[in-house]
Design a protein around this ligand. Structure first.
Ligand SMILES: NC(=O)c1ccc[n+]([C@@H]2O[C@H](COP(=O)([O-])OP(=O)(O)OC[C@H]3O[C@@H](n4cnc5c(N)ncnc54)[C@H](OP(=O)(O)O)[C@@H]3O)[C@@H](O)[C@H]2O)c1
Length: 310
């Protein structure tokens, strides 16, 4: 099969289109003919070699943890899926080697959800990792009816879904940080936009009045945004960061590491099919142009998601 792979870690140019053996299928896995693969910041972090202490990596390594496609074959233990089914998945496995930037990918059946016919493959591939992160981070801190929620990087892959899911979970108000060019976009998702940077704490106080504090913070940025959030949240137990791991815990803040979850993926994609969750895809690239997609994403200002089409 054709796949985008690397044999050494480094910048985007270590990726190249290669002819590699088809992935072998385990007993509890589904082999998916990839139609589209979502591109996530974790893909360039894997590519750069930053995650080698967290998970075993093997080369040649095919990146990509988000997939939509059609089932070609199923492992001997799989009952829920059959060839021809249209699916999507957060396809992360314990070992990093056979990812979704390929014509075929093997996925544990516990991660697979059914793609509704009204949701296209590109949208479906953009959803799982970012959608699960958004949902699991909000649940981590018990987001629910009446909450005032602050979402950092509200125009980004995770943030634009978090804003909408927070509303779906009953949040009374959502405030989303973004640069001014994204404020209309963030407003259209159901959040009140504020500019990020040094003036953030004052801007939030002005928006809210009262003590200027929020009930829930989801930090998708870290650094300054994390520090400011410590002052903005009423109770640190209701703040989580998806980027500051040990630092978050040191400050009594939760951290969220998204886990594959078929049931939640199904809930998310059904919400999309029902017109209640909008997945913004800024741009698609053919598989062969994965290097370009990585360079755009690493620029740090994508609105919504990037997707590779296969
Ligand atoms: N723990 C986990 O399981 C997990 C899961 C998913 C992602 N992550 C991590 O979370 C981070 C965000 O992921 P993502 O997919 O949402 O990234 P992304 O889509 O690349 O984020 C891009 C967005 O960030 C905004 N942005 C840039 N600098 C900002 C700042 N200083 N303050 C506020 N917004 C800023 C940009 O908005 P403007 O253009 O308006 O500046 C842009 O819309 C990444 O580091 C990723 O690796 C972790």
């Amino acid at each position: 099969m054709k796949a985008i792979a690397l044999t050494r870690f480094g910048d985007a140019d270590v990726l190249s289109l290669q002819e590699l053996p088809d992935p072998l299928l385990g007993p509890d896995q589904v082999l998916v003919e990839v139609r589209a693969a979502g591109v996530n910041p974790v893909d360039y972090k894997v590519r750069a070699g930053y995650l080698q202490e967290l998970m075993p990596h093997h080369v040649p390594l095919i990146p990509g943890w988000d997939v939509s496609g059609v089932v070609r074959a199923v492992g001997i233990g799989v009952r829920a899926w059959k060839p021809g089914d249209e699916v999507l998945a957060y396809a992360r496995k314990d070992h990093v080697q056979f990812g979704a930037y390929a014509e075929l990918v093997s996925v544990p059946d516990r991660s697979v959800a059914r793609k509704p016919s009204t949701v296209d493959f590109v949208t479906a591939a953009a959803l799982p990792l970012a959608g699960l992160t958004a949902l699991q981070s909000l649940k981590e801190v018990g987001t629910g009816p009446g909450d005032v929620v602050l979402v950092h990087a509200a125009a980004g892959g995770v943030g634009h879904l978090q804003v909408q899911i927070a509303r779906e979970l009953g949040a009374a108000r959502v405030i989303g940080t973004a640069s001014p060019r994204n404020h209309e976009f963030v407003r259209s998702l159901g959040a009140e936009p504020v500019a990020y940077g040094d003036a953030l704490v004052d801007a939030v106080a002005e928006l809210l009045g009262g003590d200027g504090q929020v009930d829930v913070v989801v930090d998708n940025v870290g650094g300054l945004a994390f520090e400011q959030s410590l002052r903005l949240v009423r109770d640190r137990a209701r703040m989580t960061s998806i980027v500051e791991g040990p630092t978050a815990l040191e400050h009594g803040v939760a951290n969220t590491w998204a886990r594959p979850n078929a049931e939640q993926t199904q809930w998310l994609v059904d919400l999309v099919a029902a017109g209640k969750l909008r997945v913004e895809v800024q741009q698609t690239f053919p598989l062969a142009e994965a290097v370009k997609a990585h360079k755009v994403l690493e620029g740090g200002h994508v609105r919504g998601k990037l997707v590779l089409t296969v």
